[in-house]
Write a protein that binds this ligand. Structure first.
Ligand SMILES: Cc1cc2nc3c(=O)[nH]c(=O)nc-3n(C[C@H](O)[C@H](O)[C@H](O)COP(=O)(O)OP(=O)(O)OC[C@H]3O[C@@H](n4cnc5c(N)ncnc54)[C@H](O)[C@@H]3O)c2cc1C
Length: 400
């Protein structure tokens, strides 16, 4: 990357908007490679992000690439598996590298990791607009406490997460509605924490067409929540359904029995399925959950946000010298290549709305190797989800 001489009006080589996992991953890689990165966020850090806080294998892989795994592990509560509990109480555990780190801490660490290699972080900057000035520089405008601020850079990366407003302001929004919503709460329960070493996903009648979770975090504090698979009409009842879930689902009831609630119930939207946002327009790229990188079905998105933040940075590093059109095409192609995986997860959302199918899947996996190894491979991303969530495989499961 050749840096412009002072006086040309350029403030950074790239303006990254949003300092969540996607923005920080891109910022760290670009800054490590000598780019002058301006990293802007509307929030002051450390800041909370409403999330389940679970890191699944894809997040560990991205943290390896960023050279941050050991540091994150120092903050994390280690878990060794994912446990699925179905509507009828049947359960199975699937091995995989997992951990739980409250986002307040994880995102603080990621931001620090971007800053320590030179990213210039500006908190309290609420993104308002981006305009191509002269085919060479973008002018990006923010609202701050002291008024409007404009900065200029040849490249802009949008990494603002699931909310539609900033994506619309960047002119990249194709679908306004979020894919789904979820709520979560922190509950301290040292008794239950003693032997709790799995991420628990629960299919329950209180959350038909979605799922609940109970994840053990550091200091005996659990993250418990529920969310629906992309069904807007059910989101209005999320709080009521959460109350029903914690009052009736056996494990949730056990957690709440002598647990101490340490946070209010908070909700947030999710954008899943890699659709609803254009990936690039000239030198303006978008990455992370703002392009829908969170998985349908599981709602897991930290790993994919890190991974696609890195993808955006890699495309910039490889192609910036060839100009905007080449970078935009490379970025669009690398995200589009992930689409089949998302389509398979979307299909799974449809299948697992049926309690009897979920029960059968979990029972078969608990009983034998065939289904369990397939689930394990899916979770660890060593198998193509399209092969598991297709009618042929389900027919085979039915007939076994
Ligand atoms: C309840 C819930 C539970 C979840 N549980 C999990 C889980 O257990 N594991 C998992 O992997 N994923 C989970 N997810 C998904 C996960 O939270 C997201 O996939 C992930 O945060 C996406 O990262 P990101 O960097 O793309 O966006 P974010 O983490 O949302 O970061 C975006 C950043 O952009 C900033 N920003 C937004 N608007 C502006 C603006 N106008 N100007 C400047 N800055 C702006 C925000 O302040 C924020 O810092 C969950 C989501 C929800 C809602």
């Amino acid at each position: 990357m050749s840096h412009d001489a002072p006086g040309t009006g350029q403030d950074h080589d790239i303006v990254i908007i949003g300092a969540g996992p996607a923005g920080c991953a891109a910022a760290r890689l670009l800054a490590q490679n000598g780019w002058r990165v301006g990293l802007y966020d509307k929030a002051d850090f450390p800041r909370e992000k409403t999330c389940g806080d679970a890191l699944i294998p894809d997040a560990h892989a991205a943290l390896d690439t960023l050279g941050l795994r050991a540091r994150v592990e120092q903050l994390a509560y280690p878990t060794r598996a994912l446990r699925l509990i179905s509507f009828d109480g049947s359960a199975v555990s699937v091995r995989g590298r997992t951990a739980v780190v409250p986002r307040l801490q994880l995102d603080g660490l990621l931001l620090e990791a971007a800053r320590e290699v030179g990213a210039d972080f500006r908190p309290g900057h609420d993104f308002q607009s981006v305009r191509d000035e002269d085919g060479r520089l973008y002018r990006v405008e923010f609202l701050t406490e002291s008024g409007k601020v404009a900065v200029r850079a040849p490249w802009v990366l949008l990494a603002t997460g699931a909310h539609a407003a900033p994506i619309a302001r960047a002119g990249l929004l194709e679908r306004h509605a979020a894919s789904s919503f979820a709520v979560r709460q922190y509950v301290r329960n040292p008794r239950l924490a003693r032997d709790f070493d799995q991420l628990v996903f629960i299919f329950d009648h209180s959350v038909r067409g979605g799922y609940g979770w109970i994840f053990p975090g550091p200091d005996g504090v659990f993250n418990i929540g529920i969310g629906y698979f992309g069904s807007a009409e059910k989101n209005a009842g999320l709080r009521r359904d959460y109350e029903h879930f914690i009052a009736h689902q056996p494990l949730a009831r056990d957690l709440m029995r002598d647990g101490v609630v340490v946070s209010p119930l908070k909700g947030a939207p999710l954008r899943t399925g890699l659709d609803g946002t254009r990936f690039a327009e000239g030198g303006l790229l978008a990455t992370g959950e703002c392009v829908g990188t969170t998985f349908p079905l599981t709602g897991e998105g930290i790993g994919k946000a890190l991974e696609t933040g890195l993808l955006a940075a890699e495309n910039l590093l490889a192609h910036a010298a060839q100009g905007r059109a080449t970078v935009a095409a490379a970025h669009t192609a690398s995200l589009a290549a992930l689409r089949p995986k998302y389509a398979a997860y979307r299909k799974a959302e449809l299948l697992l709305r049926w309690p009897w199918l979920a029960n059968m899947l979990v029972r078969r996996a608990a009983r034998g190797e065939y289904m369990r190894t397939r689930l394990e491979a899916l979770f660890n991303e060593t198998a193509d989800p399209a092969n598991l969530f297709c009618w042929k495989t389900w027919l085979r499961i039915l007939l076994r």
